[in-house]
Design a protein around this ligand. Sequence first.
Ligand code: NAD
Length: 382
Amino acid sequence: MASKTYRICTLPGDGIGPEIMAQAVKALEAIGRAYDVDFQCEEHLIGGCAIDATAAAGRTPTALPDETLEAARACDAVLLAAVGGPKWDGAAPGQARPEQGLLAIRKQLGLYLNLRPVRVYPALIDASPLRPERLKGVDLVIVRELTGGLYFGAHERKTDVAGAGADGRPGTFCRDTMEYSEYEIERVVRWAFEAARRRPSKRVASVDKANVLETSRLWREVAHRVAAEYPDVEETDVLVDNCSMQLVNNPAQFSVLVTENTFGDILSDEASMLSGSLGMLASASLGDGTALYEPSHGSAPDIAGRGIANPIAQLLSVELMLRYSFKMDDAADALAGAIDDVLADGWRTGDIADASTPADHRLGTDAMGDKVVEAFEARAAR
Ligand code: NAD
């Protein structure tokens, strides 16, 4: 019997989801064998497939069935692939939509922090729209507050407001409110400092707009207070506009970036472009309970069912799960290293291949999964 057991709620979802999830499950079996851990994967429905299954069973169609949520809560971690597709795009207002499943599960699990690592793989440096010399050494993590700020503050819309239209005529007026309390900031900032401590380069850039926004001034105060408890970690304050510019100009200067919800949303998409391919980016959403790990890309319906999807973002989601939910850093390093090895040896799925990739190094989803497992086993045996 294995020395440890972890229960993982797997949610393949729609489109390429089942194809890439199969590679994650295969990798987990290999990791379990190498590290004497029994990963018990329980598959459940989310997204479009859940809507279809609940409707077929004569229930109210939903993208997040109760049994999925219960399983997610009961497991040690949730591994999601992706949801959505053209079949459900035409849903009328009020009808269930796949993405509601994602929003609901994040909310129900109380996930208040999202982290997205961005690494530039030397083997793929030409896939980025940036010049290679700007990308050397890029290895950063964006830590984003997920449940506060503008997206969750009070929203208001009023019509026929005197003076809100052109030339002093009545018009429409809207207001979105940005709200943060000290504890919401502190738990995220503290997490960023803890993460920085575990990285070779112990630096945190706290991103705000403290020259204009009161919430940002509070953010900065809290960041400084927390920083005082981490003398081994270097803290800098960066204004969000400058940060956006620096991410393109000199991204290698950053290690851990921590910021509020809206800034993080925008900066993490900007940073994702550094790596050049959506198929290579994973993210983790963490809270006080079960954490959720998923690729940053969608369900890629245009290539679903063809066995050509890149499973690496899904495998990197497993890496994050090993690191943050199971504290298995050695296994996470070995999996990340295996992906490096496979790429360095020139193996490519279609999305990351180029004209220089020989035909015999172009792999489908399954074969790429096998290559990574093989490289992982070679590393684990060393
Ligand atoms: P997408 O990320 O699914 O696809 C964008 C492009 O990238 C497509 O050409 C696709 O083939 C390619 N691509 C994405 N992942 C890939 C992979 N692993 N390997 C190879 N190529 C890959 O984004 P989209 O086309 O805007 O959305 C498609 C569906 O996914 C929509 O229904 C959307 O709502 C949904 N979506 C879901 C999530 C999620 O589940 N978190 C996120 C974004 C979009």
